[in-house]
Write a protein that binds this ligand. Structure first.
Ligand code: ADP
Ligand code: MG
Length: 309
């Protein structure tokens, strides 16, 4: 792929803090126009990656380009064409929505009022424009933080766990905004530790302990799951879970509502699974093949099992 059509390209991008490797030889290519989900648990290196891509943190090794710009040598140009909503976005509680947005517009050199008004309208913030930020719910504040991050109309937007700590309704509404921005042509990298949100993305990069385990469209990741998913209703359920978790042939076992989700290697038969449980005097009321979820993919890859091509 030519560099111009790539929004992000990294080669062995690495960041160490002392002996600790926070981001470990990350190589990825993100075509322009995508909504890339950057999925991983706390501490897996998501924020560190984003900060390097923004030119805010120097890589220890490797290189990165965003929108064709080298982050190490062109940090000012990078800053001008990227937007960033950090995990702890700074809004001024004692100022109104309008005052906050006007302030951020100034920071980015946007001097006219028209873009500020358009942004308030575009993100549905006009009705709260004169309210103090500290009187607003987290959902509204996030919306304002997003407006501030894109007031200079960047081509590439980084959202670092934007929906963390927000109720499901506000989360869904925030994702609607992400789609709207994407439809306007902005490439978006959004980090999350919510597995269900990964399903909404064009492609998903899965991080664990600083390493990129896989990067592909959610459907392809699920199809390539290196294992077979089983949905099992057993009695006693927790004995079954304990037993299965300890079996070497089980890649993943977890309680999911009223049943167990178990991942075994491919070509593992239902009969083998039934026999193993029966030998433990565990009753089975149902055992069926299940469709893989992103969580199955994540948990299985996290065990060190390679995705299938
Ligand atoms: P995530 O965003 O996925 O939660 P981070 O990128 O924030 O992960 O952090 C990855 C790891 O790097 C964590 O273990 C964190 O403690 C460590 N880390 C991040 N920043 C620093 C720093 N400035 N100094 C030392 N360690 C850091
Ligand atoms: Mg983080």
């Amino acid at each position: 792929m030519s560099t111009a059509s790539l929004a992000i390209r990294t080669e062995n991008l690495t960041r160490r803090f002392g002996d600790f490797v926070a981001v470990d030889h990350l190589s990825l290519e993100v075509p322009a126009g995508q909504v890339l989900g950057y999925l991983g648990p706390n501490g897996s290196g998501k924020t560190t990656t984003i900060r390097m891509l923004l030119g805010l943190l120097h890589p220890s090794e490797g290189r990165a380009e965003v929108l064709g710009l080298d982050v190490a040598t062109q940090p000012d140009a990078v800053r001008a064409c990227t937007g960033y909503m950090s995990q702890k976005f700074a809004l001024y509680g004692e100022l109104t929505v309008l005052e906050n947005l006007t302030f951020y517009a100034g920071v980015y050199g946007v001097k006219a009022m028209a873009p500020v008004r358009e942004m308030l309208d575009g993100l549905g913030l006009s009705e709260v424009r004169n309210q103090r930020v500290d009187s607003l719910s987290t959902g509204w504040r996030q919306r304002l933080a997003l407006a501030a991050a894109i007031i200079h109309r960047p081509g590439l937007l980084f959202l670092d766990e934007p929906t963390s700590g927000v109720d499901p309704v506000a989360r869904r509404a925030f994702w609607d905004l992400i789609y709207e921005l994407s439809a306007q042509g902005i490439t978006i990298l959004v980090s999350t530790h919510y597995m269900d949100e990964a399903e909404y993305c064009t492609s998903v990069g899965i991080m664990r302990a600083g390493k990129l385990l896989a990067l592909d469209a959610p459907d392809r990741l699920k199809r390539a799951l290196p294992g077979q998913v089983w949905e099992i209703r057993a009695d006693p359920m927790l004995d079954a879970l304990d037993f299965l978790e300890a079996q070497p042939f089980v890649l993943r076992a977890a309680l999911a509502g009223d049943h167990l989700r178990v991942v075994t290697p491919n070509r593992f038969s239902a009969d083998t699974l039934r026999a193993a449980l029966a030998a433990r005097a565990i009753g089975i009321s149902s055992l069926a093949v299940g469709a893989p979820t992103m969580e199955d993919v994540f948990m299985t890859l996290s065990q060190g099992v390679e995705p299938e091509s």
